[in-house]
Ligand binder design. Structure first.
Ligand code: IPE
Ligand code: IPE
Ligand code: MG
Length: 224
């Protein structure tokens, strides 16, 4: 059975869920947050060490201002209300992406990371204003600036996921089969699961089913 350390998730389908339930896209984002909490608990039950959640891409700034503001408000309130609880559960929060938000949110993100820095049970990597192309270009620029040899080992040191093993599993909900600029380097050998359900409908049972399937896959890494 394959060991499972790291699950990465593209949490897609909130907007459609909100509309489907005769409400707004933002209503779907609110519902999606409940799934986030559910999947955090399920990850701990499955003894997963790293959970990476794609919450906002570098391309998501192209959305209407009202939706963008709603998403960041949701995040702000979530952290204000839940960070102590996450800390008590021995969960570490790390942000991947560029923290160029409001002063208030940047401060909140930094303090949340600092507070939970030493926690050991589960590390949540929250991808916010994250784009894999930007991450890679930035890594190459740093390699050149520091006159480093360009190889895998050195490149890795300049990724935002340095110190984090590559994902074993990638899940994308929302019935869409694409990567949308997420972890292009790190997903090179991940097992990919595309899930039809919209993110707010994704359940612990669906999650466990994927994990069970993953454990039985023959992972070759190029060998036979
Ligand atoms: C959530 O799903 C992803 C975020 C950017 C938070 P979407 O908002 O992309 O939902 P759909 O795909 O439009 O339904
Ligand atoms: C990917 O979903 C980004 C997040 C889940 C945060 P999108 O809904 O933004 O992806 P596209 O635009 O459909 O590819
Ligand atoms: Mg989407």
């Amino acid at each position: 059975m394959n060991p499972l350390n790291h699950v990465a998730i593209i949490m897609d389908g909130n907007g459609r869920w909100g509309i489907k339930h005769k409400n707004s896209r933002n209503f779907g984002h609110r519902a999606g947050l409940k799934t986030v909490e559910k999947i955090i608990r399920a990850s701990i039950r499955n003894k997963i060490k790293f959970l990476t959640l794609y919450a906002f891409s570098t391309e998501n700034w192209k959305r209407p201002k009202k939706e963008v503001n709603y998403l960041f408000n949701l995040l702000e309130n979530f952290l204000i209300n839940k960070i102590d609880d996450l800390h008590k559960q021995n969960i570490k929060l790390k942000i991947i992406g560029v923290k160029n938000f409001s002063k208030k949110l940047n401060k909140l993100l930094n303090s949340s990371e600092k507070k939970t820095y030493k926690n050991k049970k589960l590390q949540i990597n929250l991808a916010l204003n994250y784009g894999s192309k930007f991450e890679l270009i930035n890594a190459f620029k740093n390699l050149l600036k520091n006159k480093k040899v360009i190889n895998e080992k050195n490149l890795r040191k300049y990724l935002q996921t340095k110190d984090i093993p590559d994902p074993d599993i990638l899940i994308r909900t929302g019935n869409t089969k694409r990567l949308s600029n997420f972890l292009l380097w790190q997903l090179a050998y991940s097992e990919i699961f595309f899930e039809k359900k919209l993110w707010p409908d994704f359940s612990e049972k669906d999650y466990n089913k994927i994990i069970k399937k993953y454990k039985l896959i023959k992972r070759n890494f190029g060998k036979v």
